[in-house]
Every structure is written in structure tokens, then in C-alpha cells.
Unconditional design. Structure first.
Length: 160
């Protein structure tokens, strides 16, 4: 596995704070240090770009009626690890990719965990693996065969 690439969509979405928290989690958990950040508001009509999450949050609070928002956080070498959060029309798309599998996946997973928690989804516990019935049946048959052989031995035979 040389490259990591994954994407998912969330709809409807209205928790803008969680989007920023997810981006910060991707930076922290990737880790994407040193990182680059680009936030583009209203890319379809009149694009407005900032280069920090803090500045983007301030701009969003001043003008909460934006049409779309794209947050892209990358490792300084963007090909190694990249997480993008695209919000438009109450839809959110999370994408992650990169040549550094561990770093890109860790960043993606961190962002996904924040979003899932905000959406009310918890990570389920994986079920226990089922018993290997073939191996269990073989073991039972061997034990039954040994028990039958033990019963059929003549206990009156002395040691020779």
C-alpha cells in the first residue's frame, strides 16, 4: 500500500465548529507538522482565501452566510499527506490522501472521528471472531477417538 486515498460525504451538515475541530485534529494527529492551510470561502462566485484556521473562523463569525467553504490542510510536502473538508449547501465532504500512508491515514481518521462524534455516530466495537468450527470439530473428533480407545484398552494387562 503505497498511497492512501479515501473520501466520504455527510449530509445534512450544520455544525461548522466541528469542521474546524476536525481540521485541527487532522493537523495534530497526522501529524502534519510543518503544515500548510488554505481556506477558501465562496469558491463558486467570489472566492476569498485565508491561510489559517483562526483567521477563517473569525471571518466565518463575521459573515456566517457564506455559500461554501473549502479547508485544505497538508503536510509541507502536500503529496505526503492531505486532508480536505468541503462544505457547501449543508453537505460536507471529507477527503484524505497522500504518499505517506501512516501520516495521511492518521490525519484522515482524526478528522473523521471528530465529525462522527459531532454527528452522533460512535465507532462500534467489532464483534468477536466466530469460532473456527472446522478446527473445533476436528479437535472434538480426535478427543472422542482417544476416549473410545482408552475405554477399549484392557486394564488387566500387566506391564511387561
Amino acid at each position: 500500500m503505497n498511497r492512501f486515498e479515501l473520501s466520504e460525504r455527510w449530509s445534512p451538515w450544520d455544525d461548522l465548529n466541528a469542521i474546524f475541530s476536525a481540521a485541527q485534529a487532522a493537523i495534530d494527529e497526522g501529524p502534519l507538522e510543518p503544515f500548510d492551510c488554505e481556506v477558501v470561502f465562496n469558491a463558486e462566485f467570489d472566492p476569498f482565501t485565508v491561510d489559517t484556521l483562526e483567521q477563517a473562523w473569525e471571518d466565518l463569525n463575521r459573515n456566517p452566510h457564506m455559500m461554501s467553504m473549502d479547508i485544505v490542510v497538508t503536510h509541507r510536502h502536500a503529496d505526503e499527506a492531505r486532508v480536505a473538508l468541503r462544505y457547501s449547501s449543508r453537505r460536507l465532504q471529507l477527503t484524505g490522501r497522500g504518499s505517506d500512508w501512516d501520516r495521511a491515514k492518521a490525519a484522515y481518521d482524526a478528522a473523521q472521528a471528530v465529525l462522527a462524534g459531532s454527528y452522533g455516530i460512535t465507532t462500534p466495537k467489532l464483534p468477536e471472531r466466530p469460532v473456527d468450527t472446522v478446527a473445533e470439530t476436528r479437535k472434538r473428533l480426535v478427543i472422542e477417538g482417544l476416549e473410545a480407545a482408552w475405554k477399549n484398552t484392557d486394564s488387566s494387562i500387566d506391564d511387561r
